[in-house]
Write a protein that binds this ligand. Structure first.
Ligand SMILES: Nc1ncnc2c1ncn2[C@@H]1O[C@H](COP(=O)(O)OP(=O)(O)OP(=O)(O)O)[C@@H](O)[C@H]1O
Length: 240
């Protein structure tokens, strides 16, 4: 039997004007596309799992453990956001090293791991550069290298490639797929691109108005025409 990476049970998050409700089980080792219209709750869903948002009700379990009261840093999770993942005053190697030790007390072995991770994401020799001197794609690859050295079994990505051109997005997606193949980690990635469902994800969590309205294997999801919000998503230009 496949174990669950994430279980959200009767989770409710109340904001002033809206209540979001999440129930789902994500099997370990899957790549899941998290999609839905703007304001449907995608970022809140990831924030609940990562621990940046504490639910008002319900249970969050990651690999079987109840996450109630557990700080983000103590969860078995890495998160990559659309931007602002990096400390601009620290060089690339230190930014990656932050994934190993937040105090940046790094031994020789740690520095070797950092170099390996940078090499893995195609940034060998970039260790001493500062983030503002990098392109958007290079900065996101530094974020990926940091996630790599952390070796957390759950990787959450909040539109990590939104600012990148289509060629760079495809490159990053391939890199993520390679890492997934090597590490067997579980990935939840927010996306607005049907291509990510077609080419990358095993399944789709589709949200609308604060609820998960579909949770399907990708091939089944791509055949659905029964919900307006899904039609809009699938009808969208793929961005190629
Ligand atoms: N801190 C907050 N305070 C009040 N309301 C919030 C807060 N965070 C999110 N919301 C509301 O919750 C709903 C879901 O927001 P969320 O950011 O999760 O949506 P999203 O699907 O990620 O949207 P987008 O695709 O536009 O980023 C929205 O109505 C939003 O206004």
């Amino acid at each position: 039997m496949t174990s669950a990476a994430v279980i959200l049970r009767d989770v409710k998050v109340r904001f002033e004007t809206t209540v979001l409700a999440f129930d789902c089980t994500v099997p370990a080792g899957e790549i899941v596309a998290v999609a839905g219209p703007s304001g449907s709750g995608k970022s809140t869903l990831l924030n609940v799992i990562a621990g940046f948002e504490e639910p008002d009700e319900g249970e969050v379990r990651i690999f079987g453990d109840d996450m109630a009261g557990r700080l983000p840093a103590n969860r078995p999770v890495s998160v990559i956001f659309q931007e602002n993942n990096l400390f601009t005053h620290l060089d690339v190697a230190a930014n990656v090293g932050f994934g190993i030790s937040p105090s940046l007390r790094l031994c020789r072995g740690d520095r070797e791991r950092i170099e390996e991770a940078l090499d893995r994401v195609g940034l060998a020799g970039f260790g001493e550069r500062l983030p503002p001197t990098l392109s958007g794609g290079e900065r996101q690859r530094v974020s990926l290298a940091r996630a790599l050295v952390r070796h957390r079994p759950l990787l959450l990505l909040d539109e990590p490639f939104a600012a990148l051109d289509p060629g760079m997005r495809a490159e990053m997606r391939n890199l993520l797929a390679d890492l997934h193949h090597e590490e067997g980690n579980t990935i939840l990635m927010i996306t607005h691109h049907p291509d990510d469902v077609r080419l990358f994800s095993d399944s789709v969590l589709f949200l609308d108005q604060g609820h998960i309205v579909a949770h399907d294997p990708s091939d089944r999801f791509l055949g659905r025409r029964d919900l307006t919000a899904i039609n809009r998503f699938l009808g969208q230009e793929s961005g190629r």
